[in-house]
Design a protein around this ligand. Structure first.
Ligand code: COA
Length: 365
């Protein structure tokens, strides 16, 4: 297939200005803190103050991605926002972003929904738009942005989080994305939010099972009839959607079991290729569509040009897709690290009373 070369030209991240350690939530809920830290693998929950939402996070991330890119706003021909934190059933979140950025004219602007998979779908559509030539020399702005809140005392409460990752799709300066990817979907009610409900409903165990099945199907398709050990050895890192860090570990161990590996060998794969990619996710919590891309942004840091990584996207409902990326020349210096450093340094901690007050606002709004 002859395609117009395209990939990720710039990345910007935006994390919220508040956070709470999960140990503080454990005290509030009278739960052993080890359940949240060791059992789920979480450290902090990133939280938005009243008034901030997925749109403000998306705008912040987009401005940062644009600030370190050489083009101008007139070069953007597509803006797509993947989210499950929509503000409106009709008006796309991309309209709020476009308004703030002063982006209008010959631009295709829309929102993509498929639970946590929406950001990856937006990215794939933008890449396919470029590869096909339909972009006619323009670039795309793709944003994955979400605020993940569960009802108070829900088992998912310690996995809450928020954040946005914006990517400019043009020259593959940050990363090249392979045109061939490995999707898998199967309808299920593992996690859903009926129209009008403020918080999602989750069948936690089913979502774990669906996620693990999707991992084995997608990696099975990548490996095909080749030797699994040599295929996986090619990748420097393996990134995953991160509902909570322990879920990723469970999925990797399950993949190892499925491949007939010993538990030790699967654990080694996790430690060598996955654990480090979760560093920022542990401090942010689940940012739904943005979670995988936070992990990818972390995994790309310092990579030599041409180094391959995988990115596994999962969205409840459910749909998944495994992507193959290779680091571009900008990965070595990774200027987006300053977004994360700045946001983590400046964010304010909430204690349990502050959290209760904030959740009171969330309930009322
Ligand atoms: N010390 C250490 N570990 C502890 C512990 C303690 N005191 N108490 C419990 N744990 C461990 C459990 O053994 C379990 O680990 P394991 O699964 O490896 O055995 C883990 O902590 C979680 O405990 P569990 O009782 O299963 O938790 P829960 O019923 O409260 O629910 C989730 C946990 C993950 C299912 C819940 O957080 C959830 O529904 N999350 C949302 C899932 C999601 O996001 N899905 C959609 C996208 S994929």
């Amino acid at each position: 297939m002859t395609t117009t070369p395209a990939g990720i030209a710039s990345i910007g991240l935006q994390l919220p200005p508040l956070f709470m350690p999960v140990t503080e939530l454990a005290e509030l809920r009278s739960v052993d803190p080890n359940k949240y830290t060791k059992g789920l693998g979480c450290i902090d929950i990133a939280l938005c103050p009243s008034g901030d939402d997925a749109a403000t996070l998306a705008v912040g991330a987009a401005k940062r991605a644009l600030s370190r890119w050489n083009g101008s706003i007139e070069d953007i021909g597509l803006v797509a926002v993947g989210t499950e934190s929509a503000k409106d059933m009709s008006r796309p979140l991309s309209a709020w972003v476009a308004e703030e950025l002063g982006l209008s004219g010959t631009v295709r602007s829309y929102e993509v929904k498929h639970a946590c998979y929406g950001g990856t779908l937006a990215l794939r559509q933008a890449l396919e738009w470029k590869w096909s030539g339909a972009g006619a020399g323009k670039v795309a702005l793709v944003i994955a942005s979400d605020v993940a809140l569960y009802s108070p005392e829900d088992p998912g409460e310690p996995t809450q989080g928020a954040g946005a990752v914006a990517m400019i799709i043009g020259e593959p300066t940050v990363a090249h994305v392979a045109p061939v990817s490995f999707p898998f979907s199967s309808p299920a009610f593992d996690f859903w939010r009926p129209v009008g409900d403020a918080f999602p409903s989750v069948d936690g165990q089913l979502s774990l099972d669906c996620y693990k099945r999707a991992v084995t199907e997608c990696f099975g398709a990548l490996i095909g009839d080749r030797d699994a050990r040599s295929v996986l050895a090619e990748y420097q890192s393996m990134c995953f959607h991160v509902p909570f860090p322990k879920m990723v570990k469970k999925a990797v161990l399950h993949l190892g079991e499925h491949l007939g590996w010993s538990a030790q060998e699967a654990e080694r794969l996790y430690l060598e290729k996955v654990e480090d990619t979760l560093e920022w996710n542990r401090l942010v919590g689940n940012a739904y569509t943005a979670s995988l891309w936070i992990s990818v942004a972390r995994a790309l840091v310092g990579l030599e040009e041409g180094t391959p990584i995988t990115a596994f996207s999962y969205g409840s409902g459910y749909g998944a897709e495994l992507l193959h990326l290779t680091a571009g020349p900008a990965a070595a210096a990774a200027p987006w690290v300053s977004d994360v450093d700045e946001d983590l340094r400046s964010r304010k901690p909430l204690d349990m009373w502050g959290y209760e007050t904030l959740r009171g606002h969330a309930r009322a709004s």
